[in-house]
Design a protein around this ligand. Structure first.
Ligand SMILES: [Zn+2]
Length: 198
């Protein structure tokens, strides 16, 4: 596509779903999420905040060792629409260095805080960092802690192959995860590794 450089990804080209967990790592919660994913043989993409990752480099390594993907979600979760380019660049670069030092792998995906980003910034991130910007197609609003049953129900209501599901490293999300994965398994939508390209 002509404009793909400035258009964020919202779906993946697979008949499975992609689960993404934002705003971590968060110590015990991250470990719990990793244990559940491993139990089901599922994979996910973790969009981490640099300032949290810097406190838990061992969690970053474990995420990668268990076959998951680490994505860049900035250092401190600023609103990118209001931030000057130099701030955005610094937030991304600092986080990029942290992830690459921990994982030894290049970071392939960026997710803007609040899902808000200018097309020009998407292009800059592609050109300077060789990262694609990833948004999502399914948002069960787990960030508002609506209860684990509702998080599960909202996903199951509409989920289809190719969906990118937005989740957060939050307590109710970790509680709901076994039920979510079990339902996805029943529907043959079990999340696998992040596809290389959409
Ligand atoms: Zn976030």
């Amino acid at each position: 596509m002509e404009d793909s450089k400035s258009t964020p990804i919202t779906h993946v080209a697979t008949d499975r779903v992609l689960l993404s967990f934002d705003d971590g790592p968060r110590a015990m919660l991250t470990l719990r999420i990793l244990d559940t994913l491993r139990e089901f043989g599922a994979h996910a993409c973790f969009f981490i905040l640099g300032q949290r990752g810097a406190q838990h480099p061992e969690l970053l390594r474990r995420i990668v060792e268990e076959g998951h993907e680490l994505g860049n979600h900035t250092w401190s979760h600023p609103r990118l629409l209001k931030a000057p380019d130099a701030t955005i660049f610094g937030e991304i670069q600092k986080t990029q260095r942290l992830i690459e030092a921990a994982s030894g792998k290049p970071v392939r995906f960026f997710r803007p805080p609040y899902g808000k980003i200018r097309p020009k910034t998407v292009e800059m991130i592609q050109e300077r960092f060789n990262m694609q910007t990833m948004l999502w197609s399914l948002d069960p609003e787990d960030w508002s802690s609506p209860g684990m049953d509702l998080i599960h129900a909202r996903i199951l209501e509409t989920v289809r192959g190719g969906d990118i599901v937005l989740l957060h490293e939050k307590r109710q999300t970790a509680q709901a995860l076994p039920a979510i994965l079990s339902s996805l398994q029943d529907r043959h939508l079990m999340p696998l590794k992040t596809p290389a390209q959409p």
